[in-house]
Ligand binder design. Structure first.
Ligand SMILES: Cc1cc2nc3c(=O)[nH]c(=O)nc-3n(C[C@H](O)[C@H](O)[C@H](O)COP(=O)(O)OP(=O)(O)OC[C@H]3O[C@@H](n4cnc5c(N)ncnc54)[C@H](O)[C@@H]3O)c2cc1C
Ligand code: FES
Length: 264
């Protein structure tokens, strides 16, 4: 698939909370088609300490206004600098990178997002709904502040919320929610993105119940184009790069030893 490099214009920097924000970016040309799970490599030119581009899932697209959005958690210098961007600023993106999720074999699908890992699930929920599937969306976080814009998912399916401390939705981890702990057999596919332990737990539940499961890995990346091999993950077909062969992987093909290679 063709890749592009463009200077986008920041149309909005929506500060969701002290930890999270969403950047809305206008493309200087017609926005090319972007598939759920794909990501952009962002040049953080307003940080003097961030030399390499930073990868972010494409959170939303609007082909009428030629805008896309990124949903970002502030964790270090790069993301702190992006949080300072204002309307009218310019941001250089290489995009759309990586592969996409596959469609389920049956009607019902479960989308699971932990914290900012929910980002790739919005486009996926929209596509699934458009194609006639019934997605349920399970959003988990440590507390209410980590449940990001759940109202955006409501047009596409039923939304369930869990928090570790019970400050929003059902108290407990996503894997304790009935969608995964009791009704998992109703789903023909599960898609997950979030902290490694969460994805691993979801993958094990899916495997134990013979439900196909795809996860989107957030391994540390340098080049984003398959050259540096720092994002390699072990699969049954040998080593694969997360940036080119992923970030979406069928968990049946992964050797689930990726805890040490990707970060929570
Ligand atoms: C395919 C892909 C999609 C991603 N999508 C998103 C997204 O939609 N929203 C989002 O907020 N983040 C996303 N990430 C993670 C994001 O790229 C990192 O959080 C970001 O690069 C950190 O940059 P920094 O300069 O702020 O932090 P750094 O200074 O590079 O690191 C600061 C701290 O954050 C930790 N860190 C660095 N990378 C990651 C990571 N991948 N996951 C967790 N902690 C990390 C470091 O270990 C360090 O402790 C994605 C990563 C990948 C590979
Ligand atoms: S980030 Fe360089 S090969 Fe994947």
């Amino acid at each position: 698939m063709k890749k592009f490099i463009h200077d986008f214009e920041v149309t909005r920097n929506h500060h969701i909370s002290s930890d999270y924000f969403a950047l809305y970016l206008k493309c200087p040309v017609s926005l090319p088609q972007i598939f759920p799970g794909q990501f952009a490599e962002v040049l953080v030119s307003n940080s003097t300490t961030t030399y390499l581009r930073r990868p972010f899932s494409i959170y939303d697209t609007d082909y009428n206004t030629n805008e896309l959005a990124l949903l970002i958690k502030k964790v270090g210098d790069g993301t702190q600098a992006l949080a300072r961007l204002k309307k009218g600023d310019s941001l250089n993106l290489v995009y759309p990178l990586g592969n996409t999720f596959s469609m389920p074999s049956g009607e019902k699908a479960l989308l699971v997002g932990g914290g900012v890992g929910i980002a790739p699930m919005l486009l996926l929920a929209r596509i699934l709904k458009q194609k006639g599937f019934s997605p349920d969306i399970l959003i988990g976080g440590r507390s209410a502040g980590d449940i990001l814009e759940p109202e955006k998912y409501a047009p596409y399916g039923e939304v369930f919320i869990t928090t570790d401390d019970g400050s929003a939705g059902t108290k407990g981890m996503v894997t304790q929610h009935p969608a995964l702990s009791e009704n998992i057999g109703e789903y023909s596919a599960i898609y997950a993105c979030g902290p490694d332990p969460m994805m691993k737990a979801v993958a094990h539940l899916a495997s134990a119940n013979n439900v196909p499961c795809e996860i989107s890995l957030e391994n540390t990346m340098a080049c984003g184009i398959g050259a540096c091999l720092c994002c390699v993950v072990e699969t049954v077909e040998g080593n694969k790069t997360t940036c080119i062969d992923g970030p979406v992987f069928d968990t049946r093909r992964l050797k689930l030893q990726w805890d040490s290679k990707s970060k929570v």
